[in-house]
Design a protein around this ligand. Sequence first.
Ligand code: ZN
Ligand code: ZN
Length: 393
Amino acid sequence: MSEPAKTYKAAVLTAQGTPPTFTIQSLPLPQPGPHEVLVRLRLTSLCGTDCSQAAGHLGATRPVLGHEGVGEIAALGSHVAALFTSLSSFPSSSSTDTSAPLALGQRVGVAWTRDACGTCAYCTTLHHDGETRCVRRPHSGQACDGTFAQYTLVPARYLLRIPADRFGAVPDELVAPVLCGGVTAYKALKTLGSAAGGGQLSPGQWIAVSGASGGVGAFAVAFGRAMGYRVIAVDAGRDKGEYALQEGAEHYVDITGDEANQQDGGGVASAVKALTGVDKLGVAAVIVCAGAAAAYQSAVEMLAPFGTLMCVGIPPPEGVFSLHPLQFIGGGVRVMGSSVGTRRDTLEALEFVSRGLVTPAVQWAELKDMERLMDHVVAGKVRGKYVINLDKV
Ligand SMILES: [Zn+2]
Ligand SMILES: [Zn+2]
C-alpha cells in the first residue's frame, strides 16, 4: 500500500441553516493517536440525519458530516498493534506489500456511533445493547469529523470490521447505506421480536411502516418483508406507492389520497386497519420512520390490541403528540424507541444484503453537489440512497 497523501479532500459545512452551504476543501492529513487507526474512506452515502445536522436541528456540529462510510485501514497508531493483536494478525484483503502490517487494507465501516466509553450507565447495560446510547454521545459529525471526506480517524477499540470472507462480494455502495439507514430499520424490527423488546412480534403478523419511502423507511419495508412480516407502507403521495410495493410492502396507504381521507371518517388509521385481515383490528406494530408529529399521532390509532408503537423518526423539538392513559390501560399498547444498532447488528443486517434478501436502492452522486443532494433528501425527491465515490473528488 502506498503512503497516504499529506492532504485529503472533504466536503466542509461552511454554514448551518436551511439551506446549508458546503465547499470542497483540502485538509491536512491527521496522524492517528496511539490508540487510533487512520481510515481511507472510499465511499459514503447520505443519511437524513446529515441533513438535520446541516440544518442546525441537532445543535453544533463538526465541519465534516457523514456517517455511512466504507473504506480500509491506511495506518495504525503506535500502540494499536500491541493492544489489539487481532489487528496485527488480521489478513489484508487488498495489500500486495507483504512487508506491511497485515491490518492495513482491512475493510471497515464508519457509522454514527464512533466509540463507546464502556463505563457509563448505557454502555454497561449490555442486555439493552446500550453502547449505541453512550452518554458521551461519540457521534459522527458531532464528536468527530464524519465520512464526507477521504480520510478519518477511528478508535481501534470501536472498529467496525467488514470481513472479506463474509462480505467480500458485497460492493461498497450496498454496504454504506446499511451502516445507518439499514441497520436502524433492522434493529427496530429485531427489537420488536426479541426478548428485550417484549418479543411480541412474530412472523406473519401485520406491521405498518410510516414514512415508508424515506432513507430508513424503505429499509424497514424491505427488512420487514425479509423477516417474515406483512407490511403496510404509509407515506404521502401516490408516486411513493410504487417504490414501497417494490421494496416489499403488500399494501400502500397514501395519506393524501381519498382512501385515507374517507375511510369511516377515521382517516389514515382506519385505512390501515381495513387492510389487516378479516378482523381489521390493526397492526401488531407501527415503525414510525417519518420525522413528523402527525405521523406519530395517526400511528397510535393503527395499533391492534397489545400493539407496539416503535419510534425511529425524529420530529423537530416542538413535534409532540398526545396519548391517553386508557390506550395503555385498556388497549395494552406499548411505546418503544430504537436508535441505530451495534456493530453486531450491522453485520447481521449486511447478511441480508449478502444473501440477496434486501438490496439497497442507490443513486450515484458527487461530493461537490452536497447542497443539492441534501435539498433533494429533505424534499423527499430521492428514491433510495445517494452514494458518493470518494476517489472521484
Ligand atoms: Zn458510554
Ligand atoms: Zn443516519
